[in-house]
Ligand binder design. Structure first.
Ligand code: ARG
Length: 545
């Protein structure tokens, strides 16, 4: 049950009776009571009454029988104390979406022949959590892995592969750098690479075959990385930029027919309303370049058109770094103007900040290059191996630590990649929660024959834990609404802390049979909630650490 929603409902009715119109009761967890409402403070001003009197009337009128007791506190708060029987009896349920939607989530989106980089890490981790959550809520989720598999660099890459360049799934970067180095120093190679772009774009079969090989090897590399990361993306979720090639001329035709294109500097451009540069001049979105080629924006326009028009999306989500904000705002504005993105299909940019090094600067490797994703994971797993026994567990803990560190900070802000902190066994970290889970599992295991039984609430720490457990559903509802996973991690951390306090004060296995079975139930519910919460974040929960 969603306790918070139930309390809010009952108070809302009482507030409406007092005010004569609907009032948001603003019921929240409170340090002074189980829950509290501060809405009387504001309503009193409107009614020209004393806030304490208004709160008292609301408390009197609220139908809370069997749920909670209400009392006035401080300047005019309504404090709520939840009934012990309810805390003992009820369990949180997983909320279900009232109207299931088709939601397209654009995430991960690495680039062919390049290893994933840190911004792909964030996109993959956040996007996958969003996908897991929306699936659980009952939505039809389409994972769109917008693979960067097209564009001018592919002339150079294909040419290098045809020349016998070494390509393996575990060194994409080496291949890319070798091609790049030749392009920068070898005039003949450069000339051939340019011709190769033309061959590729005009559909020359041998060129395409080599390009396909390059894409195939890269996909294999990414699938291996996803498997290691425990990400739900599959091979079938790759929808590369090249997928839209045939649509691009149509995109231009339709925009043109709707009068949305203008020639500017030889290129075909859209000028969506409301985008002006520093000089106040409208900023162009280049749809077709002056050389006749199409770029990133054209592909993204085609993708919107396809996702809504063909996939039937009711909602579009883009998990992409904050620097691409203007790009997407412009693309969507043009797509709305073109009628490809109807007003009732919301689109959101789940933008995220950068990953910084412990020096507070953009993460760079010692030699000054951008850091490879695999290097970060290796580092976390290496440290995790110092904490745990076997390799599988170290992978789960290392990767869990990275995901948790990412998801536990507000996604919009930068976060510091600090292996020492993210792998700490105390504090708000992945390993701390995994450890809490494993610890409870071991208690349950030791209980042997004794089965969990009806919950009896006697000790204040039992009560605090039961109250925390029941807050799960409201937390999930909030996360579903906001897609802010740091709210879920904060909840899980509070739950694990409540468990730890409970366990210190309330012996489980050494208590009398009835109490033991009750406390085992609390243990089981806590373990279940931790497992379910961490699973939403894509974090594994080994039974033993
Ligand atoms: N491949 C791009 C990059 O590495 C991200 C693509 C994001 N998605 C999109 N539809 N443009 O930055």
């Amino acid at each position: 049950m969603n306790l918070e929603a139930l309390l809010a409902d009952r108070l809302a009715a009482a507030f409406a009776a007092v005010a004569g119109h609907p009032v948001d009761p603003a019921v929240r967890r409170s340090p002074h009571a189980d829950y509290a409402s501060g809405a009387a403070l504001q309503l009193a001003r409107e009614l020209n009454a004393s806030p304490r009197d208004v709160a008292a009337e609301v408390a009197r009128k609220a139908d809370l029988a069997g749920i909670a007791t209400a009392e006035v506190s401080g300047p005019g708060f309504v404090n709520l104390t939840v009934a012990d029987e309810l805390l003992a009896r009820e369990r949180p349920e997983f909320p279900k979406a009232a109207t299931p939607q088709t939601v397209v989530i654009d995430y991960s989106a690495p680039n062919v022949a390049k290893e994933m980089q840190v911004h792909h890490l964030r996109s993959t981790v956040i996007g996958d959590a969003v996908a897991r959550l929306l699936v659980r809520l009952g939505h039809d989720v389409r994972r769109a892995n917008h693979l960067g598999d097209w564009g001018t660099p592919f002339g150079m890459l294909v040419e290098h592969l045809l020349d016998g360049g070494e390509l393996s799934t575990d060194d994409l970067t080496g291949f890319y750098q070798a091609a790049r180095a030749r392009f920068d120093t070898d005039e003949d190679f450069k000339r051939r690479a340019r011709l190769r772009v033309v061959a590729l774009q005009s559909g020359d079969e041998p060129t395409l075959a080599t390009w396909r090989r390059l894409v195939g090897v890269s996909k294999k590399h990414f699938m291996a990385a996803y498997a290691r990361m425990g990400v739900t993306l599959t091979e079938g979720d790759f929808v590369g930029e090249s997928f839209y090639n045939d649509d691009l001329p149509r995109v231009v035709d339709e925009l043109h027919a709707k009068g949305l294109l203008r020639v500017s500097g030889g290129a075909l451009c859209a000028f969506p309303e409301g985008f002006t540069g520093r000089d106040g001049e409208p900023v162009p979105l280049i749809v077709r370049k002056s050389d006749g080629g199409f770029g990133y924006a054209a592909t993204d326009l085609a993708a919107v058109r396809y996702r809504v028009g063909t996939l039937g999306a009711d909602r579009l989500l883009y998990v992409v770094g904050a620097p691409q904000r203007t790009h997407f705002q412009m693309v969507w504005a043009v797509a709305r103007a073109a009628g490809w993105l109807p007003d009732d299909v919301p689109v959101e940019h789940l933008a995220f900040g950068s990953i910084l090094g412990t020096d507070g600067k953009m993460l760079k490797s010692r030699s000054g290059e951008t850091v490879r994703l695999s290097a970060l994971i290796d580092e976390a797993v290496r440290r995790a191996a110092e904490l745990t026994g076997d390799g599988t567990t170290a992978e789960a803990v290392g990767m869990g630590a990275i995901k948790y560190a990412d998801l536990s900070t507000d996604r919009r802000t930068d976060y510091v990649f600090d292996p020492e902190r993210m792998l700490a066994l105390t504090g708000n970290t992945g390993p701390y929660l995994q450890m809490a889970y494993a610890r409870i599992r071991s208690i349950l295991e030791k209980a042997g024959e004794t089965r969990p039984g009806p919950v009896i609430i006697e000790h204040p720490k039992e009560r605090a834990l039961a109250l925390e457990l029941l807050a799960f559903e409201a937390t999930l509802a909030t996360v579903a609404e906001t897609l802010e996973f740091h709210r879920l991690t904060a909840y899980l951390y509070a739950l694990a802390s409540a468990f730890s306090t409970f366990y210190e004060a309330c012996p489980v296995l050494r208590s009398a049979p009835g109490v033991r079975r009750s406390r085992l139930s609390l243990c089981e519910r806590t373990a279940e909630t931790l497992r379910e919460g961490l699973d939403l974040l894509g974090i594994r929960t080994p039974e033993r650490l």
